[in-house]
Design a protein around this ligand. Structure first.
Ligand code: HEC
Length: 129
């Protein structure tokens, strides 16, 4: 009797339960930190997009949250639904002249105005628009 009870309620069972809780807590915090990382990349991207010495996107594009926007390019709205494939956005920001040789949009990647990492953050931001 005592042996049987200790098998189900004993320290082994408690350790297993504790292990499961620890694993669940770890999974939960991993999920949160992934969301938090995406969030922080998007807000980093917003900073780069609005920074006059970096993306300077507001010179040509109206963007939600930005001020003193120009209208040389189209307003950047509904970008996520227009370009569900983020690689397409990476391509546009890296070198729009590939799509449109006549464009006035600077090739931010090809001309090393922005690094690949900065372009990726800008695209994370564009996908929130
Ligand atoms: C000198 C003006 C200029 C600047 C600066 C500029 N763009 Fe553009 N952009 C344009 C023009 C013009 C277009 C229209 C498409 C074309 O010319 O090929 C465009 C198109 C786009 C498009 C496609 C929009 C659509 O609705 O299809 C995106 C996305 C975009 N730009 C993002 C950016 C981002 C992000 C930045 C800043 C890192 C930026 N642009 C900076 C001029 C500019």
């Amino acid at each position: 009797m005592t042996i049987a009870r200790s098998h189900t309620d004993g320290p082994m069972a408690r350790r297993t339960a504790a292990g499961i809780f620890a694993a669940l807590a770890l999974l939960g915090s991993l999920g949160l930190s992934t969301a938090a990382r995406a969030q922080s990349a998007a807000s980093e991207g917003e900073k780069i997009a609005f920074d006059r010495s970096k993306g300077n996107c507001l010179t040509c594009h109206e963007i939600k949250g930005g001020t003193l926007a120009g209208s040389i390019g189209p307003a950047l709205t509904d970008i996520k639904s227009k370009y569900p494939d983020r690689n397409e956005l990476i391509a546009i920001v890296t070198d729009e002249t590939k799509r449109n040789p006549q464009t006035v949009m600077p090739p931010f990647g090809r001309n090393h105005i922005l690094t690949d990492k900065e372009i990726s953050a800008v695209v994370d931001f564009l996908q929130t628009l």
